[in-house]
Design a binder for this molecule. Structure first.
Ligand SMILES: Cc1cc2nc3c(=O)[nH]c(=O)nc-3n(C[C@H](O)[C@H](O)[C@H](O)COP(=O)(O)OP(=O)(O)OC[C@H]3O[C@@H](n4cnc5c(N)ncnc54)[C@H](O)[C@@H]3O)c2cc1C
Length: 353
């Protein structure tokens, strides 16, 4: 079966920054039967970029090659035993709808990750996390296809090398994979995680004294709606920088020099995570605006497009923010979204529209 292919396709509505960039070729992958033809089309026009919901990308200019938009759908319970269910969702399923579906079945584990934009297929790529929980904690395995040679592979948890906003699928130098389906192991017995951020206070405000997983989902959604700009209204990709992970001793020295700096334990022993939002706010960037590229009023970590900003303008603002944090605190910030194309990519070939 042939997938839908468009040339010089606008990506403006396919990335949450709302950047007006074009793909030399856009291939929409809607069913497993279309995969061989989609891969052939991508191989004929390299390089390939796999696109989900476009909520963790910064497009800095028109993209050469092929954008493979993953729209595979479907979700099901594969197995259930002793109160544990194995569920599977196709890569193009919207993440939040999937979370709500699991909760409607009485399955717990993903409630703290509610309302994260994007698709199920992208969730392992940066091991999405929020409110003290990471996707990898419920992850079972995934299916992927190599963009290089079309071979299929199943990845178990250890194969994915999950870390903080990190996995094998993000690391440079690895083969490029197209995730087609992800499986999660969820429980009928809730193990609620309420101690992060304002979850308890929000539950209290909602009048809930003995919460279940659906209450936690409601509380998380309410907090997120209040704190984060809605990309449908103000273009953004959520947090633009990861929280920097540094040596624990260095974190303590920084905290001594800058009282109030939030420092959290990192997964790796001897390491600590600093609050990127705090560092950026202290450098005076919150609410800053350079033309249509800006920093959200309510959240220093969120870069926004006020309307017509180009990806290059947002990237330039990000570079200025990085430089000021480096200068004041000696700390290096790393972008969380994928910046594409990277500076070495050739410009797109001219195509007729
Ligand atoms: C308002 C807002 C809030 C956010 N909050 C959070 C948060 O709390 N926690 C968090 O972790 N993230 C957050 N994000 C970032 C983003 O939502 C997640 O990273 C999400 O998983 C990206 O999904 P996507 O489908 O939009 O991926 P895309 O942006 O389309 O792609 C992101 C990366 O994944 C790759 N990719 C996408 N689909 C596939 C696939 N099927 N196979 C292989 N590779 C693929 C892409 O090539 C790219 O490298 C937020 C974003 C926004 C806009």
């Amino acid at each position: 079966m042939a997938p839908l292919i468009r040339r010089a396709a606008s990506l403006k509505d396919l990335n949450t920054f709302g950047i007006d960039a074009r793909a030399e070729q856009l291939v929409e992958l809607r069913s497993a039967a279309e995969i061989p033809a989609a891969l052939a089309a991508a191989r004929a026009h390299p390089p390939a970029l796999v696109l989900g919901g476009g909520s963790n990308l910064l497009l800095t200019r028109d993209l050469p090659g092929t954008v493979l938009r993953v729209m595979l759908s479907g979700r099901r319970i594969l197995d259930e035993e002793s109160g544990q269910a194995l569920v599977e969702a196709a890569a193009g399923e919207p993440w939040h709808d999937f979370v709500e579906w699991t909760l409607s079945l009485g399955l717990c584990g993903l409630e703290n990750l509610a309302l994260i934009p994007g698709t199920v297929g992208a969730s392992p790529v940066q091991n999405i996390g929020a409110y003290g929980v990471e996707m990898s904690e419920s992850f079972d395995s995934l299916d992927a296809i190599s963009l290089r040679d079309g071979s299929a592979r199943r990845f178990e948890r250890d194969d994915c090398r999950f870390g903080y906003r990190e996995s094998v699928f993000r690391r440079a130098g690895d083969a490029q994979w197209l995730v087609t389906a992800v499986r999660f192991r969820l429980s009928r017995t809730p193990r609620l995680r309420l101690d992060y951020g304002e979850i308890r206070a929000e539950l209290h405000a909602l009048g809930v004294s003995s919460p279940d997983a659906r209450d936690v989902c409601r509380a998380v959604c309410a907090i997120r709606r209040r704190k984060l700009p809605d990309p449908a209204v103000l273009g953004n990709a959520g947090s633009f920088f990861r929280n920097p992970v540094v040596d624990a001793a260095r974190a303590e020295r920084l905290r001594a020099a800058h009282p109030g700096l939030p420092v959290h334990p990192a997964e790796a022993p001897g390491r600590a995570k600093l609050s990127a939002a705090w560092l950026i706010e202290r450098c005076g960037w919150k609410g800053h605006r350079d033309g249509d590229a800006g920093v959200a009023d309510a959240h220093a970590l969120v870069l926004v497009n006020h309307g017509q900003a180009s990806g290059a303008q947002i990237l330039a603002l990000a570079e200025r923010i990085r430089a000021s944090v480096r200068e004041r605190f000696g700390v290096e910030l790393e972008p969380e979204p994928l910046v594409v194309p990277d500076s070495e990519a050739p410009p797109p070939r001219r195509t007729r529209q």
